[in-house]
Design a protein around this ligand. Structure first.
Ligand SMILES: NC(=O)CC[C@H](N)C(=O)O
Length: 225
């Protein structure tokens, strides 16, 4: 069984190693590390991860500059072909800025950086990433961000909910996100953006392993002989 995964690193990413370790610990395979300036992705990829951090120092807007980096053209093309993409925290910000997911991540309503473990509910149980969960299942996963306040207009929010594309909600809204949204899917359910960090909850030593479930879900459907 093998999984060909890539972890994209931008200048200022700081969760790329954690993401690579999480993927390796669940799949048994070391992911390929890809740099923001690369103009091609490795071939035959099964999975692409955009990690958290402060790409390009969060200048302009979080994720805005990374969204225009050479590798993101390739990530967009791969997503279009159906390659699963997971964007966590800054990765979620990059996905919205790149137009691969709708809406935007604005400054937290409190204006403060938030770093703590939060409770989530699983809202979608049909996608590659979420199909192993029970509807409404509670997960405890850390957040660490200053721009996690999910915004989309009412029409888009209704559409996301109507199409079952809200993946996770906060039990207690920690950042002002519209409709308590913590993570959303694209139309085909193959691109997931989420503010909480599942890669920080894959080992009991982290204080919990709820993040591991997400990687196990996703990877179960992707490994091949
Ligand atoms: N942990 C992260 O990915 C931080 C994301 C982003 N730079 C923010 O603070 O909002």
């Amino acid at each position: 069984m093998s999984l060909r995964a890539a972890v994209v690193t931008f200048p200022g990413s700081n969760c790329d190693r954690d993401m690579a370790v999480a993927l390796e610990s669940v799949s048994g395979e070391q992911p390929i590390r890809v740099w923001h300036g690369d103009s091609a992705l490795p071939d035959r990829l099964d999975f692409i991860a955009l990690p958290g951090g402060f790409s390009y120092g969060d200048y302009l807007r979080s994720g805005a500059m990374a969204a225009n980096s050479p590798i993101m053209r390739e990530v967009a093309a791969a997503a279009q072909r159906g390659v699963p993409v997971l964007g966590v925290c800054n990765g979620f910000q990059v996905l919205t800025e790149a137009g691969l997911l709708p809406g935007a991540l604005m400054r937290n309503a409190s204006q403060h950086f938030i770093c703590r473990t939060v409770d989530l509910t699983v809202e979608n149980t049909d996608s590659l990433f979420t199909r192993g969960f029970e509807p409404g299942q509670r997960l405890r996963i850390p957040v660490a961000h200053h721009d996690g306040n999910y915004f989309a207009d009412e029409e888009m929010l209704d559409r996301l909910e109507g199409e079952g594309r809200v993946a996770f909600r906060y039990v207690e809204n920690c950042n002002g996100s519209r409709r308590d949204i913590a993570g959303i899917l694209n139309e085909t359910g193959t691109v997931l953006g989420m503010m909480p960090h599942p890669e920080r909850a894959v080992d009991a030593a982290h204080g919990g392993t709820d993040g591991r479930l997400l990687f196990e879900n996703a990877i179960k459907g992707l490994v091949h002989a």
